[in-house]
Design a protein around this ligand. Structure first.
Ligand code: GAL
Length: 677
């Protein structure tokens, strides 16, 4: 399956076999006097920190002048960590080039779609296609790889940081053309794919082809889509060239970069096969009680990218971030809850940005594991306590999260669905994905977030909330879900366009209409709400989006009553002879109604949450390996009802045996195994 790390490549087990669950942070010693380093390491040991990411933003300290490398300080840092039993995840510092690079070679700085060239003074100002940037980035990566490739303390490599920059300069235009030649072969084929007969856009020579720069009105949607694909691939190329240099000098040591969940510019499905470890940065909003569901979904994405294997949280905040308008800090309970949520959902490591709070620079108001006030703080005490309890979870290391439900998510489809000239800007992909995920989260069922190219045979229920773009090659795999007796649930505006974002002609969803037993002819962004009638869902009011759908072989689960769409189906189900079911939702349903649909699909697929545990909907119940995690998302007490073989369970976090009705503190967590009678 795409997303599975190549077999034979080094894995996270290279680290966790030695130290158990990873617990650590970005450590930026270049910002501090060496006396502080020694205090840092002593505090890390006391807190159970076993891994540090070093050097992520240290390029200017490592190479203060072009070609002059100063590494004595880094030698001392790496040795210090190693001598203290702390593993080093050594970063290449290439996300933030020193000022000299952009001054010597102005074209190494990125250009916006409006033609503005970026300046230094922040970070990430480089152009991914600049030969000078790439040469210098590779040079610094090579110097580090040669020097530390065989250092026994360097146990993982971390290339760059949160790749995501997009540039519209001439170098990138040239790179785009090269990429397009490889994809389309000829200008004729490019003209066909981009539909350039429209608005007189036909290209006669390759040099006329440009990235979608600022233009007077709507830009060709396939040009934009291909540019997004190119921009993601271009960044991946940067990662790969550094990865290869590291591999030469550090064979057997895992190489990764930190991803950002549902990060718009980068198609992580194409990245995942090249990452030895899937590492994700996750910044939930502690002020938003609903955000835990989005965070859980993001974790299920990370695990999906890892092909089900353990992954790692590379960054999260211990308290407040500094980049929201109003930065509510996490409580100590939320710090622990967030970290354990990731572990429950398959992470074998929980790391933070950053170890010690900076006193200068743009992130000095961001929390850290050691706050400005020092270790004698509630936050740091929570860090120490959490380190101790992570050590008690060693038995989850390497275990998997079973899932019988797949949620299909695809970057090109996301990009295509949200182009500016679509029927309605109120139908957004991530809110739809989240809306379909929420009832699955509430039911406590395991969900893998996978791409449309995944092997779906292992799943009893496949949910595609808004798979707007479906390539021809992926149609058969999705159809097979129903043909082999599974349940397929498609959301609105699905399967509308092909790989080039051309609309499929015929009654929609064209490749699946027979499967869902209904077909449509018009998307209907609503001026006024419409009412639905449904035996299953009760009375439902739909705002914003419906579709002109008629039933053809299936059964209407919900039907529009009144108005121009009177009698049109809004939700359809088609039960097939072999036991399979195809569902289609042609409306933006309110949460309760959508939950009814999703629960009916779970019932049809006979999928239930973990056995032996019952709790309120806001208690997240997740099974990982033989451990059942109960995480109280609410800021008030909850009760978990335990049954099971003899009704006695053991909480790995406290070491206590528990049974019957177990109280769960606000934001509290249990990690339960069944006591064998
Ligand atoms: C991440 C980034 C870190 C730090 C952090 C602050 O996105 O990788 O370097 O900036 O955000 O929340």
């Amino acid at each position: 399956m795409t997303g599975t790390v190549a077999s034979g490549a080094p894995t996270l087990a290279a680290l966790t076999d030695d130290v158990g669950l990873l617990y650590g942070a970005d450590w930026n010693p270049e910002q501090w006097h060496p006396d502080v380093w020694r205090e840092d390491v002593a505090l890390m040991r006391a807190a159970g920190v076993n891994v540090v990411t070093v050097g992520v933003f240290a390029w200017a300290t490592i190479e203060p002048r072009p070609g002059r490398f100063e590494l004595d300080w880094l030698d001392r840092v790496v040795d210090l960590a190693h001598d203290s039993g702390i593993l080093v995840d050594l970063a290449t510092p290439t996300a933030s080039p020193p000022p000299w690079l952009g001054v010597l070679w102005p074209s190494s700085r990125a250009v916006t779609a409006d033609g503005v060239r970026m300046s230094h003074g922040s970070r990430n100002h480089f152009c991914p296609s600049s030969p000078h940037y790439r040469e210098r980035a590779l040079a610094v990566a090579r110097v580090l790889a040669e020097r530390y490739g065989e250092h026994p303390g360097v146990r993982m490599w971390h290339v760059g940081n949160e790749y995501g920059q997009v540039c519209w300069c001439e170098h990138c235009a040239e790179g785009f053309r090269t990429w397009l030649r490889a994809r389309h072969g000829s200008l004729d084929e490019l003209n066909r794919a981009w539909g350039t007969a429209f608005w007189s856009q036909r290209y006669d020579e390759w040099r006329e082809v440009i990235p979608p720069r600022a233009a007077p009105y709507l830009v060709n949607p396939t040009q934009v889509l291909d540019h997004r694909r190119f921009a993601s691939d271009q960044l991946l190329a940067l990662y790969l060239e550094q990865r290869d240099v590291i591999r030469e000098h550090a064979p057997g040591v895992p190489v990764t970069t930190n991803l950002m969940g549902f990060h718009h510019p980068t198609d992580y499905r194409r990245w995942a096969p090249h990452l030895d470890v899937v590492a994700d940065d996750v910044y939930g909003d502690p002020a938003d009680p609903h955000d835990v569901v989005r965070v859980a979904l993001t974790h299920d994405l990370a695990r999906g990218l890892a092909g089900g294997a353990p992954w790692v949280v590379m960054e999260q905040a211990a308290g407040a971030v500094n980049w929201r308008p109003h930065n509510v800090p996490k409580t100590s309970a939320q710090l622990r809850l967030d970290s354990l949520r990731a572990i429950a959902r398959g992470a074998d490591g929980s790391c933070f940005f950053q170890w010690r709070a900076s006193t200068a620079g743009a992130e000095r108001y961001h929390s850290a594991l050691v706050p400005h006030a020092g270790p004698d703080t509630a936050l740091h005490r929570a860090v120490v306590e959490h380190g101790a309890e992570l050590a008690r979870l060693r038995e989850v290391v390497g275990t998997r999260v079973p899932a019988r439900v797949a949620l299909v998510f695809d970057w090109p489809s996301w990009w295509a669905a949200e182009e500016p000239a679509s029927p309605s800007q109120r139908l957004r992909v991530l809110p739809q994905v989240l809306a379909y995920y929420r009832p699955l989260w509430e039911a406590g069922v395991g969900v893998d977030v996978v791409g449309p190219d995944a092997d779906l045979d292992a799943y009893d229920l496949v949910v595609a909330p808004q798979l707007h773009l479906v390539e021809d090659v992926h149609v058969a795999g999705l159809r097979r879900v129903v043909e082999r007796g599974g349940v397929l649930l498609l959301g609105p505006f699905s399967a509308v366009v092909d790989r080039d974002a051309h609309v499929r002609t015929g009654r929609f969803p064209v490749p699946f209409a027979d499967l869902v037993g209904a077909s449509g002819e018009e998307w209907v962004p609503l001026a006024d709400p419409v009412d639905l009638r449904s035996d299953l869902l009760g009375d439902v009011r739909v705002h914003d989006w419906a579709e002109r759908l008629r039933v053809e072989g299936g059964e209407a689960v919900a039907t529009v009553v009144g108005g121009d769409l009177d009698g049109c189906a809004a939700v359809v189900r088609h039960r097939h002879a072999g036991g399979g079911q195809g569902w289609y939702v042609g409306a933006l349903l309110p949460p309760d109604a959508l939950a009814g649909v999703v629960r009916a699909c779970l019932d049809a697929a006979d999928v239930t949450g973990p056995a032996g545990v019952r709790a309120a909907a806001d208690v997240e119940v997740v099974r990982r390996g033989h451990v059942t995690f109960c995480l109280n998302a609410a800021d008030r007490p909850r009760t978990v009802h335990l049954t099971g073989a003899d009704g006695v369970w053991h909480d790995l976090l406290t070491g206590a045996d528990v049974a019957g009705d177990v109280p769960l503190a606000p934001h509290g967590v249990l990690a339960l195994i069944e006591r064998t009678p």
